[in-house]
Design a protein around this ligand. Structure first.
Ligand SMILES: Nc1ncnc2c1ncn2[C@@H]1O[C@H](COP(=O)(O)OS(=O)(=O)O)[C@@H](OP(=O)(O)O)[C@H]1O
Ligand SMILES: Nc1ncnc2c1ncn2[C@@H]1O[C@H](COP(=O)(O)OP(=O)(O)O)[C@@H](O)[C@H]1O
Length: 288
């Protein structure tokens, strides 16, 4: 038992905390600022925690508290807010002293997400590779998250029905956000047919850092290219719910860049990559 120096009560939050073994609304849990003698810290907390980080159970409007591994994280002088996010309860954000700005300084660029959307066969992967190569030759670090590739690993459990496509996009959006936070230019080349899923990814990033590129290539051209023979299979009824055939594609309403088809001609992948690079240069993403 230790004497409390101060109490921060009643954090207004819709999530839950622990009261003994019971889940209770967080407003019943108080966060306390303790001053412990160093000797007590090492004796009481060394078994499962290091001396700077301990787990405590806060008491309700009490003047005492005891160490207990079941509830809030208590870190030095900083009191953190316990959050609930989806099904993840009792989670606390842990901050690092090295932040995005520091990583950007090392890389001499700004992290962002270039989200390339369009029909199958519209040239998303080709543009992603050309762009990555063009950035690399300028000494800039990019990483491609290609829908097809991510479905070989992280998203192998997902089908092409609407809710699985939404989850596919959500996960890729979250991973892209981490890459951008790492200071990397993340190129997501994903069919992403539904507007609301793309917009949800946009909303994960700071204003300006989500750059949506629409490969505006008509279905007839994509179908004529058909590099994987999937359109043929879809037309033959051997693939159900194929985007553009019997599943919708919702074009962006307000994308940052649209790379249109001009008649039967299409700019070369390198020319398209240069259009994206000019945009990045103009917006300051190619410097820290
Ligand atoms: N039903 C159906 N509809 C559309 N596309 C299909 C389908 N089944 C398989 N494929 C192949 O999967 C690639 C698209 O994967 P994505 O993860 O980018 O799609 S989505 O964003 O979840 O809609 C897509 O690759 P790309 O051609 O690179 O777009 C197709 O090759
Ligand atoms: N700018 C372009 N001009 C002409 N053909 C292209 C262009 N970009 C891609 N292609 C061709 O179109 C086909 C589909 O390209 P791909 O990048 O695989 O599209 P997606 O990733 O959207 O399915 C490939 O055969 C590719 O060579």
């Amino acid at each position: 038992m230790v004497v409390l120096k101060s109490v921060r009560p009643a954090i207004s939050c819709s999530s839950f905390g622990f009261d003994g073994d019971q889940l209770v609304p967080l407003h019943k849990v108080s966060f306390v600022n303790l001053t412990l003698p160093a000797s007590l810290l090492s004796v009481r907390l060394s078994s499962r925690n290091n001396a700077k980080l301990s787990l405590v159970q806060a008491t309700k409007e009490s003047s005492t508290a005891s160490t207990n591994d079941s509830a809030a994280v208590f870190s030095g002088e900083n009191l953190h807010q316990i959050a609930t996010n989806g099904k993840a309860t009792n989670i606390v954000w842990h901050k690092s002293s090295v932040g995005k700005v520091h990583r950007q300084e090392v890389l001499q660029q700004k992290g962002c997400v270039i989200w390339i959307t369009g029909l199958s066969g519209s040239g998303k992967s080709t543009l992603a590779c050309a762009l990555c190569q063009a950035l690399y030759s300028r000494g800039k670090l990019a990483y491609i998250l290609d829908g097809d590739n991510v479905r070989h690993g992280l998203n192998r459990d997902l089908s092409f029905k609407a809710e699985d496509r939404a989850e596919n996009i959500r996960r890729i959006g979250e991973v892209a956000k981490l890459f951008a936070d790492a200071g990397i230019i993340c190129i997501a080349s994903v069919l992403s047919p539904y507007r609301k899923d793309r917009d949800a990814c946009r909303s994960l990033l700071p204003e300006g850092d989500f750059i949506e590129v629409f490969m505006n290539v008509p279905l007839q051209i994509c179908e004529a290219r058909d590099p994987k023979g999937l359109y043929k299979l879809a037309r033959a009824g051997k693939i159900n719910g194929f985007t553009g055939i019997d599943d919708p594609y919702e074009p962006p309403l307000n994308c940052e860049l649209e790379l249109p088809q001009k008649g039967n001609n299409c700019a070369s992948p390198c020319e398209m990559a240069e259009i994206v690079i000019s945009y990045l240069e103009e917006k300051g993403y190619l410097q820290a």
